[in-house]
Design a protein around this ligand. Structure first.
Ligand code: 13P
Length: 249
């Protein structure tokens, strides 16, 4: 089956200062020179969303947040709503990253509430799922990811723009990646769980792979059936590395 255009999204995590906006300028100017065959997004820390969005306005590069509150507004000190990210120029928001699920105790129910909040702000969520090493070694990877998909996607997302990102926790920032067969197996399971949950309207929704994607392994990973793009951490921080991945798509 022909898949829709791939999405290559960078997650800067808690990295980046004003000086690093030069990387965005470099990315934008390189992409202006060549017709990228994919969608490109960058998700900086909240402090840089507005400035990055200003620099990326009217370019191919979409800007996203890395997290948001499930609440719309009010007395939630330190939290940022999806509407605030939209106001700053974001069009996407990552929710349910394993660094939020593990480090901040976010359950599938919390992730679903955040994805719902993103939808209500008219933005597109990138909903992350992925098994731990212990779960993979216990033969539970597919089962865990299936459950996360079923419970983290609000029904409101049927027929809406969004993406799912499969990020095995043990592959994040480690230089380790699953085999291409393992990636295909989980991506197929994600697709069938999405259909079960939201219906056939999700056939073209991209399922991104994330976890140690680099310029030298991107082409192989992006060619796997059902891989609709990549969610890239470390290799998205420098325009040259990120462009290497974009060009592989
Ligand atoms: P790395 O690409 O640094 O492994 O990070 C992946 C990730 O967590 C993206 O969200």
């Amino acid at each position: 089956m022909k898949q829709s255009v791939k999405l290559i999204a960078g997650n800067w995590k808690m990295n980046g200062f004003a000086a690093d906006l030069a990387e965005v300028d470099a990315l934008v100017s390189e992409l202006a020179e060549e017709a990228a065959a994919c969608r490109v997004a960058l998700c900086p820390p909240a402090t840089l969303v507005q400035r990055m969005a200003d620099r990326a306005r009217d370019t191919l590069v979409e800007i996203g947040g890395q997290d948001c509150s499930p609440e719309a507004k009010g007395a939630f000190t330190g939290d940022i709503s999806a509407a605030m990210l939209a106001d700053a120029g974001a069009t996407l928001v990552i929710v349910g990253h394993s660094e939020r699920r593990q480090g901040h105790g976010e359950t599938d129910a919390v992730v679903a509430a955040k994805a719902q909040a993103v939808f209500e702000a008219s933005l597109a969520p990138i909903v992350c799922v992925g098994e731990t090493l212990a779960q993979r070694e216990a033969g539970q990877a597919v089962e865990v990811v299936r459950r996360q998909v079923m419970q983290s996607l609000p029904v409101a997302l049927a027929c809406q723009p969004f993406a799912v990102a499969y990020e095995p926790v043990w592959a994040i920032g480690t230089g380790l990646t699953p085999t291409l067969q393992q990636i295909e197996e989980v991506h197929r399971a994600v697709r069938s769980a999405m259909i079960e949950r939201l219906g056939l309207g999700v056939m073209a929704v991209p399922i991104l792979y994330g976890g140690s994607v680099k310029p030298d392994n991107a082409a192989d990973i992006l060619a796997v059936p059902e891989v609709g793009g990549a969610l890239v951490g470390g290799a998205s921080l420098k325009a040259a590395d990120f462009l290497g991945i974009i060009r592989a798509a």
